[in-house]
Write a protein that binds this ligand. Structure first.
Ligand code: ATP
Length: 372
């Protein structure tokens, strides 16, 4: 197998009493786009800074390819970083900002430098901006220059520390698509720190969800969303409905109000007895009470509508079940005047067994405040 581009082996970083990163082992394959995602203080930036050489681990080893770089300063690593605040040189033109890295290395004739800067500005779609100064750019343009300035060094790995954090929402969304295109084009390993789950899902081909200095789960966005292994991951990535259940047989559980539900049989293979089952809100549907609605094999929980909010693409229902669990259900607004259930109405909530995931860890889900 090919050597990973970056490998952390049992890395710990202690700041006084705080263990920012806790015995973390993680590897990044060549040409991948990985997002380190997690709430504030979970250790993502510290992890990135140890890869970049801005922070030295208290214990453990950092490898770039085969080389142990643990004690090496940043400029001796084939790594470049793009920061949220761009850090462009304000007195230099865009051309000189982008050319900075090659000139530092004494690389190439005037013509060669001009050619490489031209290619980079083309890549980030800023051809023609050569003679401007950083103050004459928008935030999005400045971030593109920062990217060009880093990529011209042809680093082995590009680290991105909340690079889009200073941009407004619309621009951020455009830049997400743009960054992904650029990464595919240059085929350099990107490691991206963010606390924005949508941003991570849009750009990365793998997401590492971090919590308290450790990685809770790593995988492609779809896998993390569809098959979260911990309540933390289920709660941090999108909205999740989770209810406690007792295993009663192969592929069946009993929910705490007595309802029996079916779940994928293999999801119960761990041998746990008490666990939580989870379902994403868009995978549930609402039917009027008493209606079977061709339920067939579907699981069903009954409850009362507590709140209805129209949120454009969908309507969000909060349903309270007899056991006191609150379920969130998203119903797509496909019709022109979709009929909506009203607060106080008794309804059934249906979902397919195969859309159920199983959570065996018993820790509570983080609250919204904890996630920020
Ligand atoms: P954020 O999204 O807020 O940047 P993060 O996940 O990147 O958070 P880190 O910046 O890695 O988190 O910080 C992890 C923990 O380490 C936090 O509790 C933080 O206060 C602490 N920490 C980070 N840097 C230092 C430092 N230089 N000195 C002391 N404590 C630090």
């Amino acid at each position: 197998m090919e050597q990973p581009d970056v490998r952390l082996e049992r890395v710990t970083k202690q700041f006084g009493d705080v263990k920012a990163v806790d015995d973390l082992s993680l590897s990044f394959d060549r040409g991948g786009f990985v997002a380190l995602l997690g709430p504030s203080g979970c250790g993502k930036t510290t992890t990135l800074r140890m890869i970049g050489g801005f922070e030295e681990p208290t214990a453990g080893t950092v490898y770039l390819g085969e080389q142990d770089v643990t004690g090496l300063p940043p400029y001796k690593r084939e790594v470049n970083t793009v920061f949220q605040n761009y850090a462009l040189f304000p007195h230099m033109t865009i051309f000189d900002n982008v050319a900075f890295g090659i000139r530092q290395r004494g690389g190439g004739s005037k013509h060669q430098i001009a050619q490489q800067v031209g290619e980079m500005l083309e890549l980030v779609q800023l051809a023609g901006f050569e003679r401007r100064k950083p103050t004459q750019l928008s935030g999005g343009q400045a971030q593109r220059v920062a990217l060009a300035r880093a990529l011209i060094n042809k680093p082995r790995v590009l680290l991105l520390d909340e690079p889009l954090g200073a941009l407004d929402l619309k621009l951020r969304k455009q830049m997400q698509i743009e960054l992904k295109r650029i990464q595919t084009e240059v085929n350099i390993t990107f490691i991206h720190v963010t606390h924005d789950q949508e941003e991570a899902m849009t750009m990365a081909d793998r997401i590492a969800v971090m919590n308290q200095g450790q990685v809770e789960q790593i995988g492609p966005p779809g896998e993390l969303y569809e098959q979260p292994r911990t309540a933390f991951v289920a709660g941090f990535l999108g909205v999740s409905n989770m209810v406690w259940a007792t295993v009663t047989g192969p592929g069946t559980v009993q929910l705490h109000e007595g309802t029996v539900a079916r779940v994928p049989q293999e999801s119960l293979e761990g041998g746990h007895k008490e666990l939580r089952i989870g379902v994403r809100p868009e995978k549930m549907r609402i039917v009027a009470n008493g209606s079977g609605d061709g339920a067939g094999d579907a699981n069903r929980l009954d409850g009362t509508v507590k709140d209805v909010s129209y949120i454009g693409v969908s309507t969000q229902y909060i349903i309270e079940t007899a056991a006191g669990d609150e379920l969130t259900v998203f119903a797509q607004n496909v019709g022109r005047s979709a009929e909506r259930a009203a607060p106080g109405q008794k309804v059934g909530v249906l979902w397919d067994p195969e859309h159920t995931f199983v959570i065996t860890d018993t820790r509570e889900v983080p609250t919204l405040e904890e996630q920020l």
